[in-house]
Design a protein around this ligand. Structure first.
Ligand SMILES: NC(=O)c1ccc[n+]([C@@H]2O[C@H](COP(=O)([O-])OP(=O)(O)OC[C@H]3O[C@@H](n4cnc5c(N)ncnc54)[C@H](OP(=O)(O)O)[C@@H]3O)[C@@H](O)[C@H]2O)c1
Length: 299
C-alpha cells in the first residue's frame, strides 16, 4: 500500500495524458515513481496486457516484470491496476497504466498507438474478458443485453486491442499478438452459450490472423485455458476441475510465447476430454452436458 501511495504522490498531474475518449494514459518510471515524459524509449521489451488488474492478466504482468521491461497495463479498475503496477515496479520493470474499457474502440486505438510511440510494442496480450457467474445462462436462455455484453467484451474487445497495432507490427515486420480464448471456445456448453461463442470467435479470428500475419514476420498465439484460480472462476459455485493457479497459467503462457507456439491449451486432461467430445456422437454429448447443466446450482 505504501508503494502505491508513493507512486500516486510522485505523479505530477499536469503530465497526465487524457485523450478525448476519456481513457487515461499515465507514464511512470521504476525510479521512484516519477512521471516520465512521453518520448521514445528504445531499449528492452515492451509488453501490453489488457485485463491486467486481476487474475491471469495480473499474473502475466508479474511474470514479465524485470529490469529493462516496459509493461503497459490496462483495465478499468485503477486501484487494482496500481496494486499490480507496484509489484511490477518492485521487480524492476517500468510500468504505464491505462484505464480504459476494451469495448471503447476509439479509446483503445488512441492509447495503443500512444503506447507504441513511447516504445515499440513487442507483445500484445488481448486478455481482458468477462465470464464466470456473469456469463452463466439461466434455463430460459440468456437475455439479449447479457449476450451482447459478453460478445462486446470478449470478442470485439480483442479486435479493439489487436487492430490498432496490426499496421505497426506489419510495418516493422515483427511483433507478437497473444489472444486469450478458453477451452470453452472449443465446446458449446449449455451453461454459457454466449461465453463459449465469444471465445470460439476469437480463437478462429486469431487462427486466421496468424496465417495472414505469418508472411510479415508477425506471430499470433491463442491461449485456451481450462480453469484458472481467479476472481472469474471463484464467482462460480464449485471449484473447476484440474484448476491451475494464475501464476502457473501465466508461466505456461509465457513459455509458449517464447517458443513461438501458435496455440497453448491446458490442462491436458481437460484438453483431452474436450477433444473426446468431438469423437463421440453429438446426441451422447448433448445428453451428458444437459444432465450436467440441470444438476448444477448456480445461485
Ligand atoms: N479464470 C478462468 O478459469 C478462465 C478460463 C478460461 C479463460 N479465461 C479467460 O482469461 C481471461 C482473464 O480472465 P481472469 O480469469 O483473469 O478473470 P478476472 O480475474 O475476472 O479478470 C478479468 C480482467 O478483464 C478486465 N476486463 C473485464 N471487462 C473489461 C472491459 N470491458 N474493459 C477492460 N477490461 C475489462 C478486468 O478489468 P477490471 O476489473 O479492471 O475491469 C480484469 O482485469 C479472460 O479472457 C477469460 O475469459 C479465464
Amino acid at each position: 500500500m505504501i508503494e502505491i501511495e508513493k507512486l500516486i504522490s510522485n505523479v505530477k498531474p499536469n503530465r497526465f495524458r487524457r485523450d478525448q475518449s476519456g481513457c487515461s494514459f499515465h507514464a511512470r518510471s521504476s525510479r521512484g515513481g516519477v512521471l516520465m515524459a512521453i518520448s521514445p524509449r528504445a531499449i528492452g521489451l515492451h509488453v501490453v496486457i489488457t485485463g491486467a488488474s486481476s487474475g491471469l492478466g495480473a499474473a502475466l504482468a508479474r511474470v514479465y516484470a524485470k529490469p529493462g521491461v516496459l509493461l503497459t497495463l490496462s483495465g478499468r479498475d485503477k486501484m487494482r491496476l496500481l496494486s499490480v503496477a507496484a509489484d511490477c515496479v518492485s521487480a524492476g520493470a517500468e510500468v504505464d497504466i491505462v484505464v480504459c474499457d476494451v469495448t471503447d474502440a476509439d479509446g483503445m486505438a488512441a492509447w495503443l498507438t500512444s503506447a507504441d510511440q513511447v516504445r515499440s510494442i513487442d507483445i500484445v496480450f488481448a486478455n481482458a474478458g468477462i465470464g464466470g457467474k456473469a456469463a452463466i445462462a439461466p434455463p430460459e436462455g440468456e437475455a439479449n443485453a447479457v449476450a451482447r455484453l459478453i460478445f462486446a467484451t470478449n470478442t470485439l474487445g480483442v479486435i479493439n486491442t489487436v487492430t490498432p497495432i496490426i499496421p505497426r507490427f506489419v510495418g516493422r515486420q515483427t511483433g507478437h499478438f497473444v489472444v486469450v480464448s478458453s477451452l470453452a471456445g472449443l465446446l458449446g456448453l449449455p451453461h454459457s452459450p454466449a461465453y463459449c461463442g465469444s471465445k470460439a470467435a476469437v480463437r478462429v479470428y486469431a487462427e486466421g490472423l496468424r496465417r495472414l500475419m505469418r508472411p510479415h514476420g508477425v506471430r499470433v498465439t491463442v491461449v485456451n485455458p481450462g480453469f484458472i484460480d481467479t476472481p472469474m472462476s471463484r464467482s462460480l459455485p464449485l471449484p473447476g476441475p484440474r484448476i491451475w493457479s494464475a501464476d502457473r497459467a501465466a508461466r505456461a503462457v509465457k513459455a509458449a510465447v517464447e517458443k513461438g507456439r501458435s496455440e497453448v491449451t491446458f490442462p491436458w486432461p481437460l484438453r483431452l476430454a474436450v477433444a473426446a467430445t468431438r469423437a463421440l456422437p453429438s446426441r451422447l454429448v448433448d445428453a451428458i452436458l444437459v444432465k450436467h447443466y440441470r444438476r448444477t446450482t448456480f445461485s
